[in-house]
Design a protein around this ligand. Sequence first.
Ligand code: AMP
Ligand code: ZN
Length: 397
Amino acid sequence: MPETTLEIRPGVTIPEHLVGEVRSKLAYVDELIGGAEISPAGDLIHLYLQRKPSADEIQALKEKTNRVVNLMARGVIQPKVEILEDRLDLPLPYRDDPLEALTRRHEIHQEASGVYTLGPLVTRLMDYFETRFLALANHFDAAPYRFPTLIPARYLSRVNYFRAFPHSLTFVTHLRSDLDVIDHFAAHAVADESGRINMPADTYASIETLLSPAVCYHLYFSLADRKLDSEYMVATAVGNCFRYESSNLSSLERLWNFTMREVIFVGSKEFVLENREASRQYMQTVLDEIGLAYRVESANDPFFIGEFRRQAAFQSAFQLKYEIRARLPFRESTLAVGSYNYHQDFFGRHLNISLPDGSPAHTGCTAFGLERLAFAFLAQYGLKRDDWPVAVREGAG
Ligand code: AMP
Ligand code: ZN
């Protein structure tokens, strides 16, 4: 539990629309930080520290915190939020945080921060939502794919992922193929009380592979350096995704290891945009039947500090991302349970994927976070099936 609070008045006032984004980035400022809060007016930051800092550490914390605020908030202009659907005010029967009841009933079990085992209630809900996503995929005649959980570093590097999202990467390694190293590990390795393995860093091989942060990347990588035979393609896949969120990891809302279903479009600009819009319209009916209170609004990806301002403004200006944000009544806030994305010809150019006419392919995807959708549903309707909308009761009963 954090022991000390450090109060910082940043040199730049953080505008209201950025308070959440900046707060989540403060988790990456220093390993001493266990949490952070920003006053609603954006002029005061509280860092919750794991222990009392030295004078030098306070200086460093202030300097790094101000660096984050400057880079993300100085001179920033609030983008216009575009709302495409608004069903946030739907009457709902439940107001509590479902996490407590789920834990008490052993319906979920936390293995580590952001890592959960899910029991039958949540699993059945996720399976039911999957049937609805598969119907969406069928509507577009999407070809089914299975992608690995691991992803090669060279691919992520090629699409600038390391620059855009370094904070959320999860690396994979193995023991070096050296008999002495392996024997030593086998004889002495244990996980200590903090859960860490007690071996030096040079026990492990250098990193060529990561845990995959998204599903659609695998499709684009499989099409790299190719001219497509047809003018368009639609694919679908579900996969384990990994995004390290530091002290922001909490509940089923922000997981390190989560499951994403995507429907992926590759083709001309018109093809991708038309289908992104068609999937939104299709899902509007589905979300209505599920009874979800939500809003679809323009959004941006959580780019890292130095990249944030430029990339977020770019996404907003070109209407590249919309999120389905479900209401969390217990917190009076919303949580993104899905997104409608258009990448322009970014992957087409960086991965050299061309259409039959030689032009770079455009891509887009519709992505759903299964744990988050189940969590948001339970936050709105509770754990009692009798209180659920008919479609869900029958589908996930
Ligand atoms: P994105 O590609 O960032 O739009 O992510 C697609 C969906 O995946 C989001 O709308 C969420 O539902 C889900 N998602 C993203 N990050 C997380 C996370 N850390 N924990 C749980 N679900 C997530
Ligand atoms: Zn995607």
